[in-house]
Design a protein around this ligand. Structure first.
Ligand SMILES: [Zn+2]
Length: 193
């Protein structure tokens, strides 16, 4: 794995803590979080396989399916299915205690088939251009807004803006500093020059 030539501050994809990524491919703050994420993926895969097995056994011609089959087919919870039944959105029949059958064709009209993992993974972290030409130094920012460096750092921390240190300079992406939110917050500070 290529090691990063500069500091990359990231949020751990598992616990959300900020950490210094050792390599470009480090997404977790610790071994514990790496392992936890791996186990989650494994459980998720197993669950999907089980659901696929249930779906494969539903005969095409049968229109009334069990709640378990509906869960597997559409990736929605039994609770949601029962709520739809109660509100009259989908027809259901009761063939005995705990033996509810729901109308497959009615569900097909309303709910998309399950195709994505149940626990949708969070979107990938935004990629930043942290080359010096795409960045301002902290000094440049404080000069532009007439504020001190610590105010700039406070803002950077507040909005988790990534930074990169090269030599004595700390860089922050222009894109984030020129953002409307940043401009509003920093301009509203009293000038301390
Ligand atoms: Zn973590």
């Amino acid at each position: 794995m290529p090691s990063a030539k500069f500091e990359i501050k990231r949020k751990c994809k598992e616990c959300g803590a900020t950490f210094i990524a050792k390599t470009l491919e480090s997404y977790y703050c610790s071994r514990t979080c790496t392992l936890r994420a791996y186990n989650k993926r494994k459980t998720e895969r197993k669950k999907r396989n089980q659901m696929d097995a249930i779906v494969s056994k539903i005969p095409d011609g049968r229109d009334y399916i069990s709640v378990t089959e509906a869960e597997a087919m559409f990736g929605i919870s039994a609770k949601t299915i029962r709520r739809m039944i109660r509100s009259g959105k989908i027809p259901a029949i009761n063939i005995g205690q705990r033996l509810t059958r729901v109308c497959k064709s009615a569900l097909l009209e309303r709910v998309p088939l399950r195709d994505e993992p149940l626990d949708r993974t969070k979107p990938l972290p935004k990629l930043y251009h942290l080359e010096p030409e795409d960045c301002y130094t902290i000094g440049e920012i404080s000069k532009t807004y007439g504020i001190d460096d610590s105010t700039v750092y406070a803002h950077i921390r507040k909005y988790s803006i990534p930074t990169r240190q090269i030599g004595n300079f700390v860089y922050a992406p222009k894109e984030d500093i020129d953002h409307r939110r940043t401009r509003q917050t920093l301009w509203s500070r009293p000038c301390r020059c």
